[in-house]
Design a protein around this ligand. Structure first.
Ligand code: BGP
Length: 467
């Protein structure tokens, strides 16, 4: 049992959660810059000092040091995003901001210096604020044009530096977090289902357009979709629960289905009909959707249960999708239920359905870490819990490979500590590298290697043999 040769081992971050420098070199504000307390908290129009994302972990200034550490672990791939508002500060300009483009030139060069392949998310929960306020985000069809202008610009600029691209981070999360995921400024409770699915449709068209544009610029580009995966299990063997699972799953699979098959599936058409959802879809757009992705990527943190009988089961805190708690699983300190076998299940499900290469672009454990003094006298974290989490998941990836699933690579989420997307805290740490920064804004921003750093280095060195 083993991992394929050339397996892309690495780690993942997103610009808005690590870069900081939110106003530097001509950058415009993005929606995250005005979200002080995470997606569940209040929003303000002006950036506030208590928004951790404004400083992040200062990756913008320290990326050389960080990439050197990734290289020391042996990373083959590094997933990050381009902050759209560094390139087009308002999002609707014609001409890009050269200083923003230059930053990513330098960043990608630094990766290549160590033989690390960049994997770039084009839009990771960081829509330019102006597009949210002026156009109401992806509800507006004009967004397709702005996005096309942006992706054309970065595809051209980095055509020899970046090969792997993801069009939208966790595109299915728009149904649950329309502001964070879709830059939709209208409050969630005022949105109609038609508006929401129209926004989804605009993103589909934008994503398929990116595939078309990207392949025309460089036929070697590998462009994938990215979905939040969360297997759903029936809470009981009652067939009604099985059907409830199927329906919940449909709403999730719908997103990858359109990206891979290029058309709307029948079960969604039925859902639209039964919920009086009428979308504006042109013939031209139907044609564009046929530009399907080269691979499917996803995040995986947990599974959930579903039941038709709403009096049964307890709602879990969940990731963005919520769901009924599985009574058999343990959970993280944030209530995310830990289920390594669910990862094998997801990999098999996607592969059976699509027969496309798969890329696990997020997986990891958010935990409170305690800094101690290591044997060498340097600060470190004895994060055996993180090692156990990652090992258990990777063993299931190996099982899936044995099942015949084509897995391109694996990037752990938050390979260096960063600001949480859902809570905007830094105490929810995922990294192999500890960053000395606290939620009250104190800390030197120094980087320290955790125990898991050495563990992951060995895993990569042995291509998974040492697990
Ligand atoms: C995913 C997002 C990431 C990331 C991760 C962990 O939903 O794509 O941006 O942050 O989850 O979530 P959190 O930061 O809330 O712990």
């Amino acid at each position: 049992m083993g991992f394929p040769e050339n397996f892309l081992w690495g780690g993942a971050v997103a610009a808005n959660q690590c870069e900081g420098a939110y106003q530097e070199a001509g950058k415009g504000l993005c929606i995250q810059d005005v979200t002080p307390h995470g997606i569940v908290g209040p929003r303000t129009k002006e950036p506030t000092e208590d928004n951790m994302k404004l400083v992040g972990i200062d990756f913008y200034h320290r990326y050389k040091e960080d990439i050197k550490l990734f290289a020391e672990m042996g990373f083959k791939v590094f997933r990050t995003s381009i902050a759209w508002s560094r390139i087009f500060p308002n999002g609707d300009e014609e001409m890009p901001n050269e200083a923003g483009l230059k930053f990513y030139d330098d960043l990608f060069d630094e990766c290549h210096k160590y033989g690390i392949e960049p994997l770039v998310t084009l839009s990771h929960y960081e829509t330019p604020l102006h597009l949210a306020e002026e156009y109401d985000g992806w509800i507006n069809p004009k967004m397709i044009g702005f996005y096309k202008n942006y992706v054309t610009c970065v595809f051209r600029r980095y055509k020899d530096k970046v090969k792997y691209w993801l069009t939208f981070n966790e595109i299915n999360s728009i149904l649950h977090e329309p502001f964070l995921s879709g830059g939709i400024n209208t409050p969630k409770d005022k949105l109609s289902q038609t508006q929401l699915f129209q926004a989804v449709h605009h993103e589909f068209v934008a994503s398929a357009s990116a595939v078309k544009i990207g392949h025309a610029i460089n036929p070697d580009f590998k462009i994938g979709c990215m979905v939040l995966s969360m297997p759903v299990y029936p809470l009981t063997p009652n067939p009604d629960d099985v059907i409830a699972v199927m329906e919940k799953d449909h709403m999730n699979m719908f997103f990858a289905d359109v990206h891979v098959r290029g058309t709307y599936p029948g079960y969604v058409k039925r859902y639209f009909k039964e919920h009086d959802i009428e979308l504006m879809i042109t013939e031209e757009e139907r044609e564009i959707l046929k530009n399907t992705v080269d691979f499917v990527s996803f995040s995986y943190y947990m599974s959930i249960c579903e039941t038709a009988d709403k009096s049964l089961g307890v709602q879990g805190k969940g990731n963005l999708l919520g769901g009924v708690r599985n009574p058999l699983l343990k959970e993280s300190e944030w209530g995310w239920q830990i289920d390594p076998k669910g990862l094998r299940y997801v990999l098999n499900t996607f592969y059976d359905r699509y027969q496309k290469p798969l890329f696990i672009v997020e997986n990891g454990l958010g935990a409170v870490d305690k800094l101690v003094t290591g044997n060498d006298g340097n600060p470190t974290v004895e994060d055996d819990y993180r090692i156990e989490y990652l090992r258990d998941h990777l063993l299931q990836v190996a099982e899936a490979v044995e099942d015949g699933v084509e897995v391109m690579g694996y990037t752990t989420w938050g390979c260096i500590d960063l600001v949480s997307a859902s809570t905007a805290e830094l105490k929810k740490r995922y990294g192999f590298i500890y960053v000395d920064r606290n939620d009250d804004g104190t800390g030197t921003l120094e980087r320290y290697k955790k125990k898991s750093f050495y563990w992951y280095k060995k895993v990569i060195e042995t291509n998974g043999e040492s697990l």
